[in-house]
Structure formats: C-alpha cells, structure tokens
Design a protein around this ligand. Structure first.
Ligand SMILES: [Zn+2]
Length: 71
C-alpha cells in the first residue's frame, strides 16, 4: 500500500487492445515462477487487461503453449 507511483498497464502503454494467447513471451511476464498468474499489484495491469491476460494464459495452457506447472 506504500507504493505511490503505480506502474502503468503494459498493454495500455503499448496500445495493444487485444491480448493474444499466442504471445507467450509477453504472457510469461505475468506469471510467477510457479506459473501462477500474477496478482494485479505485481503485473501492474489495469482491471480490464488483467482479466484478458488471465483468460489468455488459461487459453495458452490449454493450447499447450504454456505449462500448468513449472518443469
Ligand atoms: Zn490496460
């Protein structure tokens, strides 16, 4: 709560309206070392993109692009 300056949403800054589940390089930024989806305070995403990212990560997992558990 002490953090005053909030990081801006990666997707809003880069003007990416849609989160592509095939962009695993980007999605990887938003998962922890245990392949868990990062909470918003860590990812710095806006509420809208956080939801999109969470959905994209789940989609990527099902498509076999990302792991469910770390290797
Ligand atoms: Zn955003």
């Amino acid at each position: 709560m002490a953090k005053v300056k909030t990081k801006q949403c990666f997707y809003c800054v880069n003007n990416i309206p849609h989160v592509d589940y095939k962009d695993t390089d980007i999605l990887r930024k938003f998962v922890s070392s245990y392949m868990k989806i990062a909470p918003r305070r860590r990812s710095g995403l806006c509420a809208w993109h956080q939801r999109k990212v969470a959905g994209a990560i789940k989609q990527a997992r099902i498509a076999g692009l990302m792991a469910f558990v770390p290797r």
